[in-house]
Design a binder for this molecule. Structure first.
Ligand SMILES: [Zn+2]
Length: 377
């Protein structure tokens, strides 16, 4: 079988068992290819995390490919039909841990850059790669630290294409131009423990909190906007009680999460939650954690370049979306860069028998190359 360049490099990367935070030579494999076409290579290791910053050129504007070499654990090995770290092609599908999330995109980025640089050795601006091995894990020593380092030396990117698997049913049908914010709260409502037969001597926190909880669930926080669905409030855990049938519990714990649009802020949401709890006269404590700020890249040069490239290569009219979980784009967007996520199908990410259509690999490299063509040729 005659393997394409993108497939060949994908196979090489998929053979590395790079479970977070281990990079297992993936960045080196990429860096060697990039060094050959004139990229300046910087390895930025923070604690146990390998990161790669590679840049070709010193001028602005900077177009950056971003992504991660780490993969999630395999899960139960004997449930896989082939070894997750020995990539295997069956029925035109490439199987292996990281096939969709996101080693094939990394391969496509490298191949696209090689082809583009061969055609345009004196391209405008710079091409860069920001690659981490800590996206699937705590995300403390990965992209966020590289971005801090770049900011400290005033190295700015204008456009950043993250190769996360954004496609849903066909290659390029969806690109992500933003992500919702994520705010967690842990609420503890105070009551007074006692005997169920003597309720006047106890205060039941479940009863006390029930109206406030209903109101929280029924509140319309906003209506979203052109790019974002309405902010959602979801309770993920609720607990009270000792397990006994005859004891009124002393406290009630409620864990909840907001996925929020750019129509509100974390501060506004916190304020509104406190107002509802106070209105119902509860005694409580609440702990907040902000796990991601929302970001948005409105239609502009990067979105248009991606749309055109997808249309040319696949014939698909792409759709903008801000759905899904958070990604490392949340660390890059605050620098002012336009950030877009575009990659292969996400149907099997993090699953047993993760795979990707072999037929999508070369088109993805072509899409990436055409984006470079429009922005830097
Ligand atoms: Zn990923």
């Amino acid at each position: 079988m005659n393997h394409s360049d993108t497939l060949e490099l994908s196979l090489q990367l998929l053979r590395q068992p790079s479970v977070t935070p281990v990079d297992h030579d993936c960045q080196n494999i990429m860096a060697q290819r990039l060094a050959k076409i004139g990229f300046n290579i910087e390895n930025m290791r923070f604690d146990d995390v390998d990161n790669l910053w590679a840049r070709r050129g010193t001028e602005s504007p900077v177009f950056c490919f971003a992504g991660h070499t780490d993969v999630v654990p395999t899960g139960q090995l004997d449930a896989w039909n082939s070894d997750p770290f020995i990539p295997s092609i069956r029925d035109e599908k490439l199987y292996g841990r990281g096939a969709a999330d996101m080693k094939t995109a990394l391969a496509a980025m490298v191949v696209a850059s090689e082809r583009f640089v061969t055609k345009h050795p004196n391209h405008k601006g710079s091409i860069a790669f920001l690659i981490t091995s800590d996206e699937e894990g705590p995300s403390i020593n990965g992209t966020v630290k590289v971005v801090e380092t770049l900011e400290a030396r005033n190295e700015k990117m204008k456009w950043c294409l993250v190769g996360e698997p954004s496609s849903t049913t066909t290659l390029g049908d969806i690109v992500k131009n933003g992500r919702r914010g994520s705010l967690n709260g842990v609420l503890t409502v105070q009551g007074k423990q006692g005997h169920v037969a003597y309720p006047h001597l106890a205060q039941n926190p479940i009863h006390l909190a029930s109206k406030a909880i209903t109101e929280l669930c029924e509140t319309v926080w906003d209506n979203g906007n052109e790019y974002f669905p309405a902010t959602s409030f979801q309770i993920s855990n609720i607990h009270a009680g000792t397990g006994a049938t005859n004891v009124v519990p002393g406290t009630l714990d409620v864990t909840f999460n907001f996925r929020y649009s750019t129509e509100v802020t974390a501060e506004i949401l916190k304020q509104r939650v406190l107002e509802i709890l106070d209105k119902h006269g509860l005694t409580y404590t609440i702990n907040w954690t902000l796990s991601g700020l929302p970001f948005l890249t409105p239609v502009g040069e990067l979105v248009n370049a991606a749309r055109n490239a997808i249309k040319n290569v696949t014939g698909v009219d792409t759709e903008l979306s801000t759905s899904g979980g958070t990604s490392d784009g949340r660390f890059i967007a605050p620098t002012g860069a336009q950030v877009l996520e575009l990659g292969v199908l996400n149907a099997t990410i993090h699953q047993i028998n993760e795979h990707v259509n072999v037929a999508d690999l070369e088109p993805l490299a072509e899409i990436y190359e055409q984006i470079l063509e429009q922005l830097l040729a």
